[in-house]
Structures are given as structure tokens and as C-alpha cells.
Design a protein around this ligand. Structure first.
Ligand code: ADP
Length: 739
């Protein structure tokens, strides 16, 4: 196509112009200029692939050195490459890029070429004539500035042709006139054909048939001679259009035929070119693919670079953490070592302290046990002799001193017992027992045993037992009785002319466990709210006056501790002057089978009017006296010996129904004596009569062959109950006596 040819002419010129400029630049820019020249050479040789590669290299370098001239030149070559293989959009894109950089320079030649090339693109490829003509006009301005008359001529041709193509002959006139005016000095092989053709077109338009005909014939003549056959092709077409217009259809047809023949030739050439281009396009595709591949690889490399950076970063981070950890670990180890050493030292100290505490605890227990034993023994005497005095000398019953003595002795005794009990609970030595018992009997027994206290303060005791509570229950009745006894005796002590209620309610049943809520309620003096927590502490007594001084201040402490053993607690509701209610719940087991057997056994008659022979082995003279009195008072015969040897001797000679054996005796203690008696084969029941605590001696007593234990001082009724029971037992009758 003629315009392409014009482009190429311009292009070469750009190249030479740029090279000239580049040579004045820095050496590196000279290099770039050389590279651009090379790219241009490849383009001329139709080696587009190389041209593109080299032009891109030139572009990159130009971009690095920021040389706008060279950047524009490189873009221009790239655009021309795309133009060559008909990728016009891309060509326009790169031409515009080239123009934007060229506009930043003062290089008018460059601006002129690029504007012209863009004019070609828009007019003859995109058929956007107006836009294209604008670029041509700009190009014309620059060529005028540069006073390049050859170029001015060529651009005038292009503008004229563009206007003619769209039928704007009037607008084309200045340009048309210019080319006609300067034709003679500017014509060459390529422009002469177009010049004549344009004149033909013009005169055809103004209906000057003769002139038009002459110009067209001239154009065809030169076209046939010239090498650029596409100009001839256009000349044939325009001539044919003219002939058609004047009605010479035959000639018009012939010219079309000629046109077709030339076109075929050109077409074949074009075909070849196209084939080349197609080949190149394939190469180009490959090239693009490779670039894509490289880009992907680059992306992957970037990614892996980023990854490896992250890995390095992580590694550094981990190393730091590791280092910190090691340092911390080291510090920890050092610290641990120090702490361990300290701990070891402290542990040793603690072990020592523990041993000391254990020792102290053992000592305390031993001390309490010894003291209580040592206290109980004389107390047994004091209480016993006081009783004897009162019984034997009825006239002394009213003696204030004697009754004070009796009270003090009893008080001392209960104090010793309470301290001993608390000590035992604190030492975890108390284990609850499971005994079958009649609950209402137990409660009534407590009521009866406290009747003297109720009479003293003129109180009434009422027992209210829920009928749903089974008659026989299983549990530690002794501890239960102790709890109730403490609470009821308190209620009776702190109530005057009032009432005391013992209430038992079944509140729930879980399996065998029957949860019974007990309430001890009185209408007495009440307890101030601020004192209500205090009273459960040891030795606390509140709002008491000297005259009714009774109790040790340990009762409620024991109650609380005992209930703790039952897994229960106590609550209290009271106000001054409004009476007091103590409430607690105990779960007793109920077993119908056991109850049945108990009921069957209950028929046993324990009462006996027989006169039994009792041997008392006791070293303490006062105690001998007291025990003898008690036994003889019950009409039993009593023989007293001072020690174990005497006991063994007398037992060889005489038989007794029961032996009451003191444990703490000089020379040979009670256990030893019993063992010896049993070795002799004597089966007489032996009851240990001791001031020791029962739990402390039970084990040894059983192994020695002792049948039961009774703690001094004792209620005489208890003693006889045990004696009777043991004697009945030897006759193989079951007997439930627990002291
Ligand atoms: P005490 O042996 O002095 O009775 P307790 O531990 O049994 O010791 O009781 C502590 C104190 O609680 C009593 O001294 C008394 O002040 C008060 N207290 C206990 N029960 C009652 C009650 N039912 N009514 C009024 N005060 C009571």
C-alpha cells in the first residue's frame, strides 16, 4: 500500500536523524542509539523477531538512562514492527507512547515522523480520517519548522489523498494546490504515480473529463514502470471509477480487469509476505509464550524468593526464640538449682519441724492421756467417797461444802472427759461405729437421764418423733446420744420454767440412708446474734452469771466436731429472750433384716436376782473402797486383792463369777495378770476397770483375754449391766452391751 511505503521512507529518515542526535549524547547513549539502528536494520530486512528483541533492548536501556529521544525512537521501531504484521491497534498504542516521549523533547523531526505514522494508521487502516488528518497536520507543522520541503510535500500528498477519499475536495484544495505547485521539484518514482492519480481524481470530481483521463493514463503509465505496484492498483481503481462515471463502462470494466490482474500479482506477493508473517506470527507466538513462561518462572522465582525470605526470617525468628529459650532455660536451671538447694534446706527444716510436731503431738497425746488417767483415778475416789459420805451420813446431805465438793468433782470429771474427747477428734482417732438401735428409746433415755436437770429449772421436756422414722436404725448411737445430750442439757440449763422440745423428722430417704432432722428447741434465754458464731468455739460461754456456772464451754465444740464426723453440720436460730433452736441432720441406715433379728433377740431377760461373786484386783486403796461399796450395795459378794499375783493365787483356790481388773498396777499390770489367768485355763469373765481411755487399751485388752472394759468413774448401773451381760454370755446368750 502506498502509505506504508511513505511510512518506511519517513522511518529511515527518523533513524538517520536519531543516530545523528544520539552520537552527540553520552557514550552509553551512543550504544543505545546503535542498538536502535540495529533494530531498524532488522525491520528493513523483515526480520521482525530480531527487530522486536533488539528494539526492546534499546527501549530498556533508554529507559534506564532516561533519554526521551531514544525511548521515543525505540517505541517507534516497535510500533513499526507491529504495523508490519498488521497488528494496528498495537502499532497505534506504541506510536502514541513514542509520541508522548517525543513531545518531551525538542526533536521536531521525530515528532513529525511519529505524527505522520499515526496519521497513516488512522486514515488508511482504521478509516478514522478526521483523527488521521489531525496527526498529518501536526506532522506538517513540524516538517515546516524543520524546513524539510521533501517531507512537507509528502505530507501534503497524504492529506490531499485522505480528504479525496472522504470526498472533501474543498478541504483538500490548499494541500492539492501545494503538491501541484511543487510537483516539478519534488517528484520521484513513487510520488509521480500518486500525484497523477490525485489530479485524475480531482478533475473527475470537477467533471473535466479530458484532464482527468489524461492524468489517470499518466498515472498508470508511471505505475507500470515503477516498482511499487500498489500505486498502480489504486490508479486502476480510481480510473475505473472515473470511466464508470462518464459512462464508458467497457473501458471501466477493462481497467477493473487490469486492476484485478495487478491485484492478483500483488496478492501473490502479499500472500508470500503473509506466509512469512504467519511464520513470523508463529514465532512471535512462541516468543510471547516464552516471555509468558519466563514471566511465570520469574513469578515463581519471586514467590520462592519471597518464601525463602520468609523462611530466612522465620529461621532468624526461631533462632532468636530458641536463643531466648536457651537463655531462659539456663537461667531457670540456675534458678532451679538455687531454689532446689533452698528447698532441700527448707525440706530438711520442714522434716525436722514435722518430726518435732509429731513428737510434740505424740507427747501431747501421751500427756493428755496420762493426765486424764492420773486425774480420773483420784477423781474416781473423790466422786465415789463423796457419794458414800452422802449415803452413809444422810445428815450431811444438806451440807453446802459437801455438795460443792460433789459438784466440783463432777465438773472436773466432765472437763477431763471433754478435753480427752476433743483431743481424740482432733487427732482423727474417732471412727464412727455402726450399731443397731432404737431411736425413740435412745431419745427417751436422754430425756429421762436429764430429768433431774429439768426438775431443777422447772422445765418440761417434750419428745416429738415423726412416725415415718423406722423404729430401729443403724449408726453410731453413742455419738448421736452425746450430741443430743449436750444440746438438751444446754437447753435445760438455759431455760427456766419453760419447755424443751426434742423433735425428729424424716426429711428424705436415699437408698438405705434415712435423713433425720433433729431439732432441740427451748423457750429459754436465747443467744444474742453476735454470739451465735462464737459459742461453737472452745471454752466459750456467753451471758453467764456465777450462780448458774455449769459446763465447761466445750459442749458445743464437741457437738460440732461430732456432727462433722457424721458429715453434717449444725445451725442455730435464736434471739435474746425468745428461746433457741438447734437443728442438725443425720443420715442413719435402715435395714429391715437386721431389725428383725434385733427384735427377736430383744426378748432376752438381762435382769438377775442372783448373788454373784466378784473379785476386784485394784492397788489404789481409795478405789478399792469405792468399788467394794458399789458392789456390795448391789448385794454381790466382793473380794478385793491388791495386785496381779494375789489375784492369780486366789483364783487358783476360789472361783468367781466375774473379775474386775485394774490395768495400771505396779509389779504386774492388768493385761499381764489376765494373760496369766487365761494361761491357767480360767475362763471367768474379766472386765477391765480403768481410768485409761477405752480406745487406747481395747486392742491390748482383747489380745490379753479381757472380755470388756469399763472406764472409771462409772455409773454403777453400767457396771452391773456389763457384769450381768457377761455372765449371761458365758451361758451362750447374745447380749448387746456397749460401754
Ligand atoms: P457450756 O458447757 O458452757 O454449756 P457449750 O459449748 O455447751 O458450753 O455452750 C457454750 C455457750 O453457749 C453456753 O455457755 C451458753 O452461753 C450458750 N448456749 C448454749 N446453748 C444454749 C441455749 N440452749 N440457750 C442459751 N444459751 C446457750
Amino acid at each position: 500500500m502506498p502509505k506504508v511505503r511513505i511510512v518506511l521512507i519517513l522511518f529511515w529518515m527518523i533513524c538517520f536523524g536519531e543516530s545523528a542526535i544520539a552520537k552527540t549524547e553520552l557514550p552509553s547513549e551512543q550504544e543505545i542509539s546503535k542498538t536502535a539502528d540495529k533494530a531498524l536494520r532488522y525491520l528493513k530486512e523483515s526480520d521482525f523477531e530480531k527487530s522486536l528483541i533488539v528494539s526492546r533492548v534499546a527501549l530498556q536501556q533508554a529507559l534506564i538512562v532516561k533519554n526521551n529521544n531514544l525511548i521515543a525512537v525505540s517505541y517507534n521501531i516497535i510500533a513499526a514492527n507491529y504495523n508490519e504484521f498488521s497488528e494496528f491497534d498495537k502499532a497505534i498504542y506504541y506510536y502514541k507512547k513514542a509520541l508522548s516521549f517525543a513531545n518531551r523533547t525538542t526533536n521536531n523531526i521525530l515528532k513529525n515522523r511519529i505524527n505522520n505514522n499515526l496519521g497513516n494508521m488512522y486514515c488508511f487502516e482504521k478509516k478514522q480520517y478526521k483523527k488521521g488528518i489531525e496527526f498529518y497536520k501536526k506532522s506538517l507543522e513540524y516538517s515546516k519548522k524543520e524546513k524539510d520541503s521533501a517531507l512537507v510535500y509528502l505530507i501534503n500528498i497524504n492529506i490531499t489523498w485522505a480528504y479525496f477519499d472522504i470526498g472533501e475536495f474543498k478541504l483538500a484544495l490548499p494541500y492539492f494546490n501545494y503538491i501541484n505547485k511543487h510537483h516539478k521539484e519534488r517528484f520521484n518514482e513513487s510520488t509521480i504515480v500518486v500525484f497523477n492519480m490525485l489530479n485524475g481524481m480531482y478533475y473527475s470530481h470537477v467533471n473535466d473529463k479530458t484532464k482527468a483521463n489524461a492524468y489517470f493514463i499518466e498515472a498508470i503509465k508511471h505505475g507500470k514502470i515503477g516498482t511499487e505496484k500498489s500505486d498502480l492498483l489504486y490508479s486502476y481503481i480510481e480510473y475505473s471509477k472515473f470511466l464508470n462515471k462518464i459512462g464508458d463502462y467497457k473501458q471501466a470494466y477493462e481497467n477493473i480487469i487490469k486492476h484485478n490482474a495487478v491485484k492478483e500479482n500483488i496478492y501473490n506477493e502479499e500472500k508470500l509476505k503473509k506466509a512469512e508473517r504467519a511464520g513470523f506470527n508463529l514465532e512471535l507466538d512462541e516468543y510471547k509464550r516464552q516471555i509468558g513462561k519466563i514471566e511465570i518462572e520469574k513469578g515463581v522465582q519471586d514467590l520462592s524468593l519471597r518464601k525463602s525470605r520468609i523462611i530466612v526470617l522465620l529461621f532468624i525468628l526461631t533462632s532468636c526464640i530458641f536463643l531466648i529459650l536457651i537463655v531462659t532455660l539456663y537461667k531457670n536451671v540456675v534458678f532451679k538449682k538455687r531454689t532446689n538447694a533452698k528447698l532441700l534446706f527448707t525440706n530438711e527444716e520442714l522434716i525436722k519441724a514435722k518430726e518435732q510436731a509429731e513428737e510434740a503431738s505424740v507427747l501431747k497425746t501421751q500427756f493428755i492421756s496420762t493426765i486424764s488417767h492420773e486425774l480420773r483415778t483420784p477423781l474416781y475416789g473423790v466422786v465415789g467417797i463423796t457419794n458414800m459420805l452422802l449415803e452413809e451420813h444422810k445428815e450431811l446431805a444438806k451440807s453446802q461444802h459437801l455438795s460443792s465438793l460433789k459438784f466440783s468433782a463432777r465438773y472436773l470429771l466432765s472437763l477431763v472427759n471433754d478435753i480427752l474427747q476433743i483431743n481424740k477428734i482432733e487427732e482423727n482417732k474417732v471412727v464412727l461405729e455402726s450399731l443397731t438401735f432404737n431411736i425413740s428409746d435412745e431419745i427417751n433415755m436422754i430425756k429421762n437421764s436429764l430429768s433431774f436437770l429439768s426438775q431443777k429449772n422447772n422445765n418440761q421436756i417434750a419428745v416429738i418423733i415423726d412416725s415415718d422414722i423406722p423404729e430401729y436404725l443403724i449408726g453410731d448411737k453413742l455419738r448421736f446420744a452425746q450430741i443430743l445430750m449436750n444440746l438438751v442439757s444446754n437447753a435445760l440449763k438455759f431455760t427456766k420454767n419453760g419447755e424443751v422440745f426434742i423433735i425428729a423428722d424424716l426429711i428424705k430417704i436415699v437408698g438405705k440412708a434415712h435423713f433425720i432432722e433433729f431439732q432441740v428447741k427451748d423457750t429459754g434465754m436465747g443467744i444474742a446474734v453476735i454470739d451465735q458464731d462464737k459459742i461453737f468455739e472452745k471454752f466459750v460461754q456467753v451471758g453467764r452469771n456465777e450462780e448458774d456456772y455449769q459446763g465447761t464451754g466445750l459442749g458445743l465444740t464437741i457437738v460440732k466436731r461430732l456432727l462433722g464426723l457424721f458429715g453434717s453440720s449444725i445451725s442455730l436460730e435464736s434471739n435474746i429472750g425468745e428461746g433457741t433452736v438447734f437443728t442438725f441432720t443425720i443420715a442413719f441406715d435402715y435395714d429391715p433384716e437386721k431389725t428383725k433379728s434385733i427384735i427377736n433377740d430383744i426378748q432376752v431377760d438381762l435382769t438377775s436376782n442372783q448373788k454373784f461373786k466378784v473379785l476386784v484386783v485394784e492397788d489404789n486403796l481409795i478405789n478399792q473402797l469405792v468399788t467394794r461399796k458399789i458392789i456390795e450395795k448391789n448385794n454381790y459378794s466382793c473380794t478385793v486383792v491388791d495386785d496381779g499375783y494375789a489375784a492369780l493365787e486366789i483364783l487358783d483356790m476360789e472361783s468367781f463369777d466375774v473379775v474386775l481388773m485394774d490395768i495400771n498396777m505396779p509389779m504386774m499390770n492388768g493385761f499381764e495378770t489376765t494373760r496369766k489367768i487365761r494361761l491357767k485355763g480360767i475362763k471367768t469373765p474379766i472386765v477391765a476397770l480403768t481410768a485409761f481411755d477405752k480406745d487406747e487399751i481395747t486392742e491390748e485388752a482383747i489380745s490379753a483375754g479381757i472380755n470388756d472394759i469399763i472406764i472409771k468413774p462409772f455409773e454403777s448401773i453400767k457396771l452391773f449391766k456389763i457384769i450381768n451381760c457377761l455372765i449371761v454370755e458365758t451361758k451362750n446368750v447374745d447380749c448387746d452391751v456397749n460401754v
